[in-house]
Structures are given as structure tokens and as C-alpha cells.
Design a binder for this molecule. Structure first.
Ligand SMILES: Cc1cc2nc3c(=O)[nH]c(=O)nc-3n(C[C@H](O)[C@H](O)[C@H](O)COP(=O)(O)OP(=O)(O)OC[C@H]3O[C@@H](n4cnc5c(N)ncnc54)[C@H](O)[C@@H]3O)c2cc1C
Length: 261
């Protein structure tokens, strides 16, 4: 079985800054990490290999420094990695991102399962996974919290919904997006850390991917960001004093006044 995990490097922390001119996320001078949800995708890829055998890959589209994220995934136990990087990919929206990744996955070849995180910390649209599946013409299952079994070219999963679970089965090849309930990501081992340090990470550019070159980057991105702003949150506090019963009544009165209750 060939498993490909999609990972994105994102700015660390929630303090995401947007360039007011270009409306793009400022990445310069900001420490980057693997998107936290993608750690669960990496772990599930490794566990699938341990359960069913095969080969694991990690793929990322991003600037040259995204190679660090690929090496981190390999240090957790992924076998191979590839970086899709080219100036032509700059300014990609989710459509162009998923198109580019789908070409990279096709180039890896004969893939049975593609695993993505449920969403990213910065863009957090959750559109890239399903987008890749649509470009590849394969089924997808989002919010997977458990892979029950894979046999006879079929996968059975449990999806985590807001107030219930769903059991979903489909044929391979498939793309799944995973939630954090699926597993506990492992800590890299020394052996894999040494391997990750030495391994050569191929970089595939637009020409190497082929496809329709007008669908990459800004040119292939129909989304136009008109404006971006940060919501100002005003914190107002009021201290309630007295006996517990009095304080509870006072709080209830206040909440009713605010329309919360
Ligand atoms: C007009 C426009 C211009 C933009 N320009 C830029 C830009 O120049 N540079 C830039 O970095 N962003 C840019 N963005 C943001 C970019 O579109 C998103 O970061 C990207 O498409 C991923 O979307 P998301 O973060 O919502 O991912 P989600 O859909 O929330 O991600 C879900 C999952 O998909 C996978 N995934 C997502 N992105 C990648 C990736 N790059 N590689 C591998 N796997 C991935 C991961 O498994 C992730 O957990 C731009 C957006 C718009 C609308």
C-alpha cells in the first residue's frame, strides 16, 4: 500500500499577521512549524504502514524552507518526502494549491491513500483535501476519527460529526482528512532523526509537474482577497461580591440582561 501524507508549514502560534498591501500572510521572520493537525495525519500514515505494510510519503507545497517540515515528518517515521516549490506557485488559493498537490501525488504514482489534516492553523479553510480528491477524481472522507479496516480494496472509517459518529466505507484510492481524536502523534526516534538529516529531499517545480501551467499560483487562483482585518475584542469585567446564592442570582440577572440566557 502506498500512503501519501500532505503537510503544510504554518506560522507558530495564533499571532498570524497579514500584509495590508498584498493581503497575504507574513511569513518572514516568523518561526514555522508543521500544521498541528498534520501531525495526526503523519502518525496515521505511519500506523497504516505498520498495520498493512507498504510505503509512506510526505508531500508539501511551499517555499524552500518547507523542507524542514518534511525532514521532521521523516524523523517521526515517514519513508520519503518531496517538496513542490517554484515561484510560479506563489499566490495560490485553495484551488491552485490542491491542483498543484494533485499533480505531485500523480507523479509519486500508484497511491492508495492520501491523508490530510482537517484544516490548517493559518488558512483553516479545510478545502485543500477535498480539492485534491476532486482533481484526482477519487472519493474522499473528511473528519475521520478512526480507520476501522482496509481490505479487498475498500476502507471503512468512522467520521466525527458535531453530535454523532458516522461509519463510512468506500473504495481505494481514497483521500481522508483526519481529526485529532484519531491518534496520539509519536515523538521522533533517534534512528529516524539521523535518517531525516541525511535523506535527499527532491524538489519538483512547475515544469516537472507538467499539467496546465496557467492553473498554478496567482494566475490559477480565482479567489480574490478584498480585505483582511483583525477583530478587536473588548474585555469588560464586573466583580460580583456577596454570599454564593446572592452572587449566583446577580450573575443570572446580568446574563439575562445581556441576552445570553
Ligand atoms: C488569493 C490568495 C492568495 C494566496 N497567496 C498565498 C501565498 O502566496 N502563499 C501562501 O502560503 N498562501 C497563500 N494563500 C493561502 C493559501 O491559499 C492557503 O494557505 C492554501 O491554499 C491552503 O489553504 P488552507 O490553509 O485553508 O488549508 P486547509 O484546506 O485548511 O488544509 C487542509 C489540509 O490540506 C493539506 N494542505 C494544505 N495546504 C497544503 C500545502 N501547501 N502543502 C501540503 N499540504 C497542504 C494539509 O494536510 C492540511 O491539513 C493565498 C490565498 C488566497 C485566497
Amino acid at each position: 500500500m502506498k500512503i501519501v501524507v500532505c503537510i503544510k508549514q504554518v506560522p507558530e502560534g495564533l499571532d498570524v499577521k497579514v500584509d495590508p498591501e498584498t493581503k497575504r500572510i507574513v511569513r518572514e521572520g516568523v518561526k514555522s512549524i508543521i500544521n498541528p493537525y498534520d501531525l495526526y495525519a503523519i502518525e496515521e500514515g505511519i500506523r497504516l504502514k505498520e498495520r498493512f505494510g507498504g510505503q509512506t510519503w510526505v508531500i508539501s507545497m511551499g517555499p524552500p524552507q518547507a523542507e524542514t517540515a518534511i525532514r521532521e515528518a521523516i524523523s517521526m517515521g515517514i519513508d520519503n518526502g518531496v517538496l513542490l516549490s517554484d515561484k510560479k506557485f506563489a499566490g495560490s488559493d485553495t484551488l491552485a494549491t490542491s491542483y498543484t498537490l494533485s499533480l505531485g501525488i500523480k507523479k509519486i504514482g500508484d497511491v492508495d491513500i492520501i491523508i490530510c489534516g482537517r484544516e490548517t492553523l493559518d488558512g483553516s479553510t479545510g478545502q485543500v483535501g477535498p480539492g485534491i480528491a476532486v482533481h484526482l477524481g477519487i472519493p474522499y472522507i473528511t473528519y475521520v476519527s478512526k480507520i476501522v479496516d482496509i481490505k479487498e480494496n475498500k476502507i471503512e472509517t468512522i467520521r466525527l460529526m458535531e453530535d454523532h459518529y458516522e461509519v463510512v466505507k468506500t473504495n481505494l484510492p481514497v483521500l481522508i482528512t483526519v481529526v485529532k481524536e484519531i491518534n496520539q502523534p509519536r515523538i521522533p526516534s533517534l534512528k529516524n532523526m539521523l535518517r531525516a538529516k541525511k535523506i535527499e529531499i527532491p524538489i519538483w517545480n512547475a515544469e516537472m509537474l507538467g499539467g496546465d501551467q496557467s492553473l498554478f499560483g496567482q494566475e490559477g487562483s480565482p479567489t480574490k482577497v478584498i480585505d483582511v482585518w483583525t477583530q478587536e475584542i473588548k474585555k469588560e469585567g464586573r466583580k460580583v461580591e456577596g454570599e454564593p446564592q446572592e452572587m449566583a442570582e446577580e450573575i443570572l440577572k446580568e446574563l439575562k440582561k445581556l441576552g445570553v440566557l
